[in-house]
Design a protein around this ligand. Structure first.
Ligand code: ADP
Ligand code: ZN
Length: 520
């Protein structure tokens, strides 16, 4: 069977070797077992289900939430001689009927289908009549209610196990911490699945985050000095900013194009095609751009606004350097970005729990901006992965930032967590530290704990930064299921006892001023 898979790899896809864990994943499916695959974007997830779908008898059913990408995927497979089709709301009645005929005659190798379509009784009874090689559930993190991509239809996919108990299933995602992984396994009824967790490290990407100080000019200097003539993506938060930055870059002689959801479909399409086909285009875009963009030689991804989470940052920067050649993930951030995002979040309509979750994600992103040790270590730590040595290929490794001795501050911050029972978020802890008499303080009696009012040397914002940095270093963990309570980790003990010195990023001392200064 292995040679079957290998010959499909060579003869259908034209590749010579499997990458990473592809082979083991494919073998698992071919054998008829289930798999849960966590692989970063660009890691090569598609082959993990496409090859076993071709090796096993019957049709491979791929469930994907991204209707916009189905056409591309199907076209790409057809070009390789694979009999692929998709079933979603864009098809008319006649097209659906023809597809059903092909399916029943066994003339399809692979069918891409939207989750809401799959769970319809008509589709299920159709699938019952054909031989199915496997089910692949792409973007499986959509079952997670804590994630920002939650889809109700995904929850129902556990029916696959009940309705088709003998068909192997593979769930794939690029975004899942340990908790989300467990959730995926439970909700999709994949408890017997073998887990394949690939490293998230992208060693060829150099990570750099600098303070905003005239961001557009910083960007221009970065492009001119390091990526003149290279293809790149510049992410901005708003459509308006996308337009003005693209226009400004063009005036400066950079080959830039705008891309956002407010542009007409044909303009978006044209810009995307130019980006893919021509050399050295800089795409200035909102996050509407990028889902499924597979351009190997993007040499840089720049952020002019803060991504809303570490997952987003990772995913967006991950579009650089897919060919394995050196690439740069560059960002300019200011505290005002965080304030803007928080305001948008506060005004959004979501449940309080959702808002708290998103707020914590944002705090984690800020924490990543403020780390003083290796950024790659911090980034991988966020995905529950340990990188033993500093990477030597990020800004903090290359130019260690200015720090201050925060041993005493950390001790205060940590013992405040301890004294209040590890049940409170940063806001309340800071009230205790700086002696803010709120109702919550009074009712909890926290004006009597030993850490009450011992932190007057820093402002609330500065303590916030200290807490974020402690979280980013793994000395505190955030309880994401509740109100974001901070809890001590084993790693924090020596700092709590004052046995180990700690240095934190110094610019927190200027944070207040920086936040009020105009930065463009
Ligand atoms: P993901 O879905 O994990 O983001 P893809 O499946 O789109 O990644 O694969 C990313 C790119 O890597 C694609 O261009 C794909 O053709 C290529 N690729 C995948 N596996 C291999 C391999 N074994 N050898 C060479 N290229 C591969
Ligand atoms: Zn590093």
């Amino acid at each position: 069977m292995q040679s079957d898979a290998h010959s499909v790899l060579q003869h259908v896809f034209g590749y010579h070797q499997f990458r990473g864990e592809q082979q083991a994943i494919i073998d698992t499916l071919v054998k008829g077992d289930d798999a849960l695959v966590l692989m970063p974007t660009g890691g090569g997830k598609s082959l993990c289900y496409q090859i076993p779908a071709l090796v096993r008898s019957g049709i491979g059913v791929v469930i994907s939430p991204l209707i916009a990408l189905m056409q591309d995927q199907v076209d790409a497979l057809k070009a390789l001689g694979v009999r692929a089709a998709f079933l979603n709301s864009t098809l008319d009645f006649e097209q659906v009927r023809r597809l059903e005929d092909d399916l029943l005659r066994g003339e399809l190798d692979m069918l891409y289908i939207a989750p809401e379509r799959l769970i319809q009784p008509r589709t299920l009874s159709l699938l019952k009549q054909v031989d199915i090689a496997l089910f692949a559930i792409d973007e499986a993190h959509c079952v997670s209610q804590w994630g920002h991509d939650f889809r109700n239809d995904y929850l129902q996919l556990s029916l696959l196990h009940r309705e088709f108990p003998t068909v192997p299933r593979i769930a794939l995602t690029a975004t899942a911490d340990q908790r989300t992984r467990t959730e995926i396994a439970e909700r999709l009824d994949l408890t017997q699945a073998r887990h394949f967790v690939s490293s998230f490290d992208r060693p060829n990407i150099q990570y750099r985050i600098e303070r905003k100080d005239g961001a557009r000019n910083q960007l221009l200097r970065f492009i001119r000095s390091e990526h003149d003539g290279d293809a790149g993506v510049v992410y901005c938060l708003s459509r308006n900013k996308v337009e003005t930055v693209a226009e400004w870059l063009c005036q400066q002689g950079i080959n830039a194009l705008p891309y956002h959801a407010g542009l007409a479909a044909n303009v978006r399409e044209k810009h995307q095609q130019r980006f893919l086909r021509e050399d050295g285009i800089v795409m200035v875009a909102t996050i509407a751009f990028g889902m499924g963009i597979d351009k190997p030689d993007v040499r840089f991804v720049a952020h002019l606004d803060l991504p809303k989470s570490v997952e987003s940052y990772y995913q967006e920067t991950g579009r650089a350097g897919r060919d394995g050649e050196p690439a740069t993930a560059w960002m300019a951030y200011g505290l005002e970005d965080a304030i803007k995002l928080k305001q948008m979040l506060a005004q959004s309509n979501g449940s309080d729990q959702h808002k708290r979750n998103e707020n914590q994600r944002l705090e984690a992103m800020l924490g990543l901006c403020e780390v003083t040790h290796c950024r790659r270590q911090a980034l991988l730590h966020y995905f529950d992965e340990t990188l033993e040595q500093p990477c030597g290929n990020c800004d903090t490794c290359l130019n260690p930032p200015e720090t201050f001795d925060a041993s005493v501050a950390a001790q205060k911050a940590l013992s405040c967590v301890y004294r209040t029972g590890q049940r409170y978020g940063a806001g309340h802890l800071i009230d205790v530290l700086i002696g803010n008499r709120s109702d919550k303080i009074a009712s909890a009696g926290h004006d009597h704990v030993s850490t009450w009012n011992i932190g007057g040397e820093f402002s609330a914002d500065q303590w916030k930064s200290i807490y974020r940095q402690l979280v980013a270093r793994g000395l505190l963990s955030v309880d994401m299921n509740g109100y974001g309570a901070l809890k001590l980790t084993d790693a924090c003990r020596p700092y709590l006892r004052g046995e180990q010195p700690l240095h934190l990023r110094k610019e927190i001392a200027k944070a207040r001023k920086a936040a009020t200064r105009k930065s463009h």
